[in-house]
Design a protein around this ligand. Structure first.
Ligand code: FES
Length: 497
């Protein structure tokens, strides 16, 4: 029996397209929705060729996201654990049993009706009555023929059931954000990986900050925790997101950060994983937080980095909040500034102290517009964080990146940008070099001049302050609204907050 309604996120995974594609079809009236969910029969009609193996696009996007967040996959984390799988299969089994029972009842009713109609038709002696029954008989058999299932509905049902066993969907209220839980992730881990700024602290069941309320669906505790709920909280269905996973699709009431003011300032000791001199102008610093003391931040924010020797500098975070333990910073090597020299001398396992995060160079997640990112040199760092976050959220229809380098600098992560461009249909990358024939200012003018749809874009740019002023003036002159422009100056040589 074909389930009648399906959420937009599940439908997108089922047929292998992006949510935005389905949203457009809904706007065009090609798909109908009922209380925000799609009619599965409509979906089958719109995507009749859906095959169970047709997951290429999803896999490509998935692998890009994995690379984007530097996720370290352990073999035992690739699949849901046996208990979770059993619970999901049990839940589907109950649903199947209910549907079979309903199908058997319908079959019995149909058989009885068929016999009755035949009997009455045979016995009828009044002309009008006979005619009426004859009409009824014909329409009944016509209806029976009409409810024959579509040829490919079986594959559709199998695929839908398979996806439900492999991943449960979580919907967060009041925001309405959705994400899927794959493997043996906790609700918190999957939510962060999905780009949500959920409220949390210790990640290990002590602080209670990730407390949320189960409104519907079934969850399962995957780790013990010290945090104690009151009897009232237990009765109301409160759980810890860091200690539970979802068995079935669930709806939770949970707090999320909406702005930088919702993120607390933190001081965290981290360990250096490695320092990569990618060229003679840039160091990429990889650091790791303790498992129980991760950094909560929004994509695009910065913090003060302090070495054991006391040297400190504000640095933009170049990684995604979806991986809150593994942090990345792109440190410009600036002559006369001793900080980059101190960073270059750091060895694996050296200590660093983080103070922050700060800053409002963050994604406007409620905007329906496509996104354009413009970076100059290491301005790519915070832009990379925003792009990875936008990919995790999967909200923007189009993502465009323009990365300009000045003489002596290089597109030090150009391969990464090209791999995004190759793998994602909605990502476009352009590398530009300023030099003898073009200044940064003229390149900015070229970029803006080529954008026909400029007023339908949100702009995020990171570069030295004078260039930001030039870019902003050019965008405003093309009637881009101030609310569509977010600017961040390069944080090299700025005093620590
Ligand atoms: S994050 Fe501290 S208890 Fe879950």
């Amino acid at each position: 029996m074909l389930p009648s309604l399906i959420t937009l996120s599940r439908a997108a995974r089922l047929v292998g397209v992006k949510r935005g594609t389905l949203q457009k079809q809904i706007q065009r009236g090609e798909l109908r929705t009922f209380e925000g969910e799609l009619l599965l029969a409509d979906l089958l009609h719109a995507y009749p060729q859906t095959e169970i193996e047709d997951t290429t696009m999803l896999e490509r996007v998935g692998s890009i996201k994995e690379q984007a967040v530097n996720k370290i996959i352990r073999a035992d984390e690739e699949q849901p654990d046996v208990d979770t799988l059993s619970a999901r299969i049990y839940s589907l089994g109950r649903e199947l049993a209910r549907e079979r029972q309903a199908a058997r009842r319908s079959g019995t009713i149909i058989d009885e009706l068929k016999d009755r109609i035949n009997e009455v038709s045979a016995d009828a002696d009044e002309k009008t009555r006979a005619a009426a029954f004859s009409t009824l008989r014909e329409s009944f058999f016509r209806s029976l023929e009409a409810i024959e299932p579509a040829d490919n509905s079986t594959g559709f049902i199998a695929r839908e059931a398979f996806l439900r066993v492999m991943a449960a969907q979580v919907r967060i209220l009041p925001s309405g954000h959705e994400f899927f839980i794959e493997g043996s992730d906790s609700i918190l881990e999957a939510g962060l990986r999905g780009g949500l700024a959920l409220n949390y602290g210790c990640s290990n069941g002590n602080c209670g900050l990730c407390k949320c309320k189960v409104l519907s669906g079934e969850v399962k505790k995957i780790s013990t925790h010290d945090y104690a709920f009151s009897e009232t909280e237990k009765a109301l269905g409160y759980i810890l997101a860091c200690a539970n996973t979802a068995v079935t699709d669930v709806v939770l009431e949970a707090d999320e950060a909406n702005s930088s003011s919702d993120i607390p300032l933190q001081q965290i000791e981290v360990k250096v994983r490695k320092v990569e001199p990618v060229n003679d102008r840039v160091l990429i610093l990889h650091a790791r937080t303790p498992r129980t003391r991760r950094l909560r931040f929004l994509a695009g924010q910065y913090l003060a980095l302090q070495t054991d020797s006391g040297a400190a500098q504000n640095c933009s975070i170049a990684s995604c909040p979806c991986d809150d333990m593994n942090l990345q910073f792109h440190i410009p090597v600036v002559s006369g500034n001793p900080f980059s020299g101190k960073v270059a001398a750091l060895r694996p396992n050296s200590n660093l102290t983080l103070h922050g995060p700060r800053g409002n160079f963050i994604l406007d997640e409620d905007s329906p517009r496509s996104l354009a990112f413009v970076a100059v040199n290491t301005g790519f760092g915070p832009v990379k964080s925003l792009i990875e976050h936008a990919m995790a959220l999967d909200i923007a229809e189009q993502l465009r990146l323009y990365w300009i380098t000045t003489p002596g600098n290089s597109h030090y992560l150009g391969n990464l940008c090209r791999s995004w461009d190759d793998a994602l249909d909605n990502f476009h990358y352009r590398a530009l070099k300023a030099g003898d024939n073009a200044t940064v200012e003229s390149l900015l003018a070229t970029i803006i001049g080529e954008l026909d749809d400029i007023t339908s874009l949100d702009f995020y740019a990171c570069m030295p302050a004078p260039l930001l002023d030039i870019l902003q003036a050019k965008l405003l002159a093309r009637e881009v609204l101030p609310g569509q422009i977010r600017l961040e100056q390069l944080r090299e040589n700025l005093p620590v907050d």
